[in-house]
Design a protein around this ligand. Sequence first.
Ligand SMILES: Nc1ncnc2c1ncn2[C@@H]1O[C@H](COP(=O)(O)OP(=O)(O)OP(=O)(O)O)[C@@H](O)[C@H]1O
Ligand SMILES: [Mg+2]
Length: 297
Amino acid sequence: MFYTVTFNPCIDYVVKVDGLKMGETNRASNEELQFGGKGINVSYILKQLGVESVALGFSAGFVGEALLQHLDEVGLKSDFVRLKNGNTRINVKLKGENETEINAQGPEISNDELNELLLKLERVTAGDTVILSGSVPKGVDTDIYAKIVEAVGNKGADTVVDATGELLLNTLKFRPLLIKPNKSELEVLSGKRLESTEDILDAAFGLQKKGAKNVLISLGADGALLVTETGEVFCEKALGGKPVNTVGAGDSMLAGFLSELNNGFLSALRMGLAAGGATACSLTLATRDEILRLFNI
Ligand SMILES: Nc1ncnc2c1ncn2[C@@H]1O[C@H](COP(=O)(O)OP(=O)(O)OP(=O)(O)O)[C@@H](O)[C@H]1O
Ligand SMILES: [Mg+2]
């Protein structure tokens, strides 16, 4: 079984305002609610590809209830810790001539509530994979993913980490199966500008030396590189046409890759590129048909 973990899910309130004027009352020409969270996106794309998962994480207040109801409606299994205080965050995306985003902080998670998640993860066994995606709210230690990777590893299950900075670096000594930085995250992790493919590969090998088994580097419109624990290097171009909305492309790539990993690294990478590309080329997360159309090209 796959388990995704989303510490700080959100509902995006996407408001279109023509001629937005700060400091004045504006009227929206369109408004929409979009449910999000990186782990939830991964679960959604896994489901599109016929792979069951359980979405874990933290939800709070009536916004959290709406999010969980949405997961139910789209047929995703979930098992969230319900926080006592606060509300799951609502991010505001203002779409005018350009885009202005306000990402909220999200509710506080107490130690007891954190432990509730760790308890839920005690059910994992060998053969399971736990996917840790995204940042954690302020107040949660940057060793939290490391703790989970260690605990899950002790049970014989695999872990995947899609995060950056200390949150990711602290996990490496516990040997996650896969990490998926994009290029700018890799630059932050390695502390230098990465100009060439060689630079990128060097940085990926550096993370492998620190403990990551496989490193998948997504390069947006330039495709992706994969460095495997078997010492192979794969480099593939992006799939799909003109991008429409790349939100969730990285999460889609991760889900596509993992859904196909039993069929080998190259096939997994191609499914990752198909899923990432399909999401980039659609307004929302991609559907099964959109992904398979690109995979079968
Ligand atoms: N503009 C694009 N054109 C074609 N494919 C794209 C484009 N952007 C993203 N993709 C596909 O999606 C994959 C992941 O995208 P990207 O490298 O932007 O991930 P990311 O920065 O982690 O995204 P996220 O915002 O979801 O975290 C790419 O490797 C590529 O396959
Ligand atoms: Mg990403």
